[in-house]
Design a protein around this ligand. Structure first.
Ligand SMILES: C[S@@+](CC[C@H](N)C(=O)[O-])C[C@H]1O[C@@H](n2cnc3c(N)ncnc32)[C@H](O)[C@@H]1O
Length: 290
């Protein structure tokens, strides 16, 4: 790969997915794209770039997807899920007692362990019995969304973070694989969505998980996404970020949630106007109304 090929890929990835590659990440690009070049029957990355320069949209999308990092596991970091169960949900259950509806968004949901962790957590809360809960899982990558939709996980995947009693209760073993029960799968709606694009059609949410994706973006992109997300969260809602992520020094649209590390709440004094779509409007209706 020539320096000019690398610059072409860096610029394209920044524009298409927000990925901010420093000048010394050629090895990463080589290791992620070499299998794709082989699959396309091309001798190497230089030829792959040459083909992309010929405006082949399908190949470009494959390259963008191949450069995403999809690492995830059930109940990742544990603490945000404890905060959700022990503090944030009890407060929201009180506040929403009249309408008995809660909306959740996993904004970079990868292969599904995060939204399904939320779904199982909700299922375990008797106070939510009879409530309408909606979990929207979105990701840039079609491949991870397909895997998420299938609800099929390997032995290795279910051994990472998933409590054994939940494995027994919510999964069925099928040889080497584990199939998540249909009722948990039905709690999650999947959508392909790029965080760089307009998000307002999703409506507004009570809880947003946007974890371990913003770390790949530059400050300006992070600030723009926080600004947009702040229009999509209820004033008393909560935002969860990854363990290595924070709003500090990037945006004042959110502030740390009191006594809940890793969680943030809208900074009402700085809140952006609410999203155009109604908070009570389910995704299917929002889509139909457009
Ligand atoms: C490291 S995974 C995080 C998964 C999960 N949130 C967690 O913390 O375990 C990051 C995910 O972000 C997705 N992603 C990367 N850029 C994106 C973008 N611009 N819009 C939406 N999703 C994106 C990737 O496809 C990947 O699945």
């Amino acid at each position: 790969m020539t320096p000019s090929d690398y610059e072409y890929l860096r610029k394209l990835l920044k524009e298409r997915s927000g990925l901010d590659l420093s000048a010394d990440k050629q090895y990463l690009v080589e290791s992620r794209l070499a299998p794709l070049a082989r699959k396309a029957g091309l001798p190497g990355i230089a030829e792959l770039v040459q083909k992309m320069r010929g405006h082949t949209e399908a190949l470009t999308s494959e390259v963008v997807e191949a450069m995403t990092t999809n690492e995830t596991f059930f109940f990742r970091d544990k603490i945000p899920f404890d905060h959700l169960r022990d503090g944030i949900l009890p407060a929201l259950i009180q506040a929403r007692a009249a309408r008995r509806t809660l909306r959740f968004w996993c904004a970079a949901s990868s292969t599904g362990q995060e939204p399904y962790s939320i779904a199982m957590l909700l299922k375990e809360m008797p106070a939510l019995s009879g409530w309408r809960t909606e979990i929207v899982a979105t990701d840039l990558s079609q491949a991870v969304l397909e895997k998420s939709r299938s609800g099929v996980f390997s032995q290795f995947e279910v051994q990472r973070g998933l409590p054994i009693h939940m494995l027994v209760k919510y999964f069925k073993q099928d040889g080497e694989l584990w199939q998540l029960n249909a009722d948990i799968r039905a709690m999650v709606q999947h959508r392909q969505l790029n965080l760089l694009q307009d998000l307002s059609h999703l409506g507004t949410f009570d809880v947003i998980f946007c974890r371990n994706v913003l770390i790949y973006f530059d400050q300006e992109t992070k600030a723009a996404i926080f600004e947009r997300i702040s229009r999509m969260i209820e004033p008393d809602g909560a935002l969860a970020l990854g363990a290595a992520e924070s709003v500090v020094g990037i945006t004042n649209t959110f502030k740390p949630y009191p006594d809940r590390r890793g969680m943030y709440c809208p900074n009402i004094a700085r809140a952006a106007p609410r999203g155009a779509a109604s908070s009570a409007m389910p995704l299917k209706l929002v889509a139909a109304a457009r």
